[in-house]
Design a protein around this ligand. Structure first.
Ligand SMILES: NC(=O)c1ccc[n+]([C@@H]2O[C@H](COP(=O)([O-])OP(=O)(O)OC[C@H]3O[C@@H](n4cnc5c(N)ncnc54)[C@H](OP(=O)(O)O)[C@@H]3O)[C@@H](O)[C@H]2O)c1
Length: 336
């Protein structure tokens, strides 16, 4: 008897964490170019709850129409169950991880027992870390990598007319705002790896965590505004972004750069006056970059911090944890 259904978390409507339904869903069909992965762990990310809520905080032109019911999620780690005949480089039984199909959705996705992923979105899982840690990495580490190290594609940038360009980091002072979160904790480690002097900004409870990851300086934003303390910075990676990101302009040297990770910057005139470049991009799936990052994850140069874990069936609790904020590292769902 062949199995044609699986358990998954599906959305039938937008709303709060209560709309996440654990239920039977069709097993994804393997299309050309794809690999069927039996999922062991799922990393959750802010775009999961933006989609769950119907992208209510994004401009209307950014809100896609959604073909309910849909499965949420992008980040998986698991074992290859089947491989399309035209795919090379993956075999049944391989342990793999990846960020599946971002930025797009509506097809097979991550909050499920199986996902059919484009082979180009996957890489072999680093042997030195387990599925939970591997699933915590893809979107957050690729965001840090594509902002700071290498963009890795030539697709048009939906967030600005020009392509985003990472800058050399060696010997530079780099301030990471939101340093304890998913993107931030990877950005701290990658900037250190590249030889930067790193200033981490987070709430006080994360200080020892961030110093262990390599932060040279720590600013507790609950005690003092970081823009009143930091100055002469070469690069600010603001993982919060949004309209408040402009406050970092005055912390930067002339010739410096501000990289907001979320939409909302609107002070182009002030940036030009101060001689500061402002640039952002949208992360894209990239298996080859994850293969390269695999070496750093494998030897511990880059660590994945786990904030908390929940069984797939309790995805609702994972989203509730996320909405309470102050995340340290990554929230991961485990799949039986
Ligand atoms: N451009 C892209 O393609 C892209 C890709 C991925 C993510 N993003 C966006 O990047 C943002 C961060 O994602 P993430 O996965 O890193 O989120 P996350 O894991 O939820 O981390 C957010 C972190 O920000 C900290 N924080 C909250 N308020 C703060 C403040 N006022 N000042 C400094 N830190 C503060 C939180 O902890 P504490 O408050 O305790 O310090 C938390 O650690 C999200 O908005 C996401 O949508 C964009």
């Amino acid at each position: 008897m062949s199995i044609d259904t699986m358990k998954a978390i599906r959305l039938h409507e937008f709303g709060g964490p209560e709309v996440l339904r654990y239920e039977e869903a069709p097993l994804p069909e393997l299309k050309p170019g794809e690999v069927l992965v039996r999922v062991h762990a799922v990393g959750i990310n802010p775009p999961d709850w933006y989609l769950r809520e119907g992208y209510k905080d994004l401009p209307p032109e950014w809100r896609p129409s959604v073909p309910f019911p849909i499965i949420l999620g992008t980040d998986v780690s698991g074992v290859v169950e089947a491989v399309a005949t035209d795919v090379q480089g993956f075999s049944v039984g391989d342990e793999v991880y990846g960020m599946v199909r971002f930025p797009s959705f509506g097809e097979s996705a991550a909050y499920a027992e199986y996902v059919a992923a484009p082979a180009s979105d996957l890489a072999i899982k680093p042997a030195g870390i387990d599925h939970v840690h591997a699933a915590g990495a893809p979107m957050a580490v690729l965001t840090a990598w594509q902002f700071l190290i290498e963009l890795g594609h030539n697709e048009p940038n939906p967030l600005q007319p020009e392509m985003h360009r990472p800058l050399p980091l060696n010997g530079k002072t780099v301030l990471i705002n939101g340093a304890a979160g998913g993107v931030g904790h990877f950005a701290v480690q990658l900037a250190k790896w590249k030889g930067a002097h790193v200033i981490a900004v987070a709430s006080g409870k994360h200080e020892s965590f961030l110093r262990e990851l390599g932060a040279d300086e720590f600013i507790d934003y609950t005690k003092s505004p970081p823009e009143d303390i930091a100055n002469d910075v070469d690069l600010v990676l603001d993982t919060l972004g949004g309209p408040t990101t402009s406050r970092f302009l005055r912390t930067l040297k002339r010739g410096g750069a501000l990289f907001p990770v979320f939409l909302g910057f609107s002070d182009a005139e002030e940036a030009a006056k101060l001689g500061v470049t402002v640039s952002m991009t949208q992360v894209r799936s990239n298996g080859p970059q994850l293969a390269e990052l695999g070496g750093l994850l494998n030897d511990g140069t880059v660590r994945v911090a786990i904030d908390s874990m929940f069984p797939l069936a309790n995805a609702r609790m994972a989203h509730e944890r996320a909405s309470s904020g102050h995340i340290q590292g990554k929230i991961v769902l485990t799949v039986e």
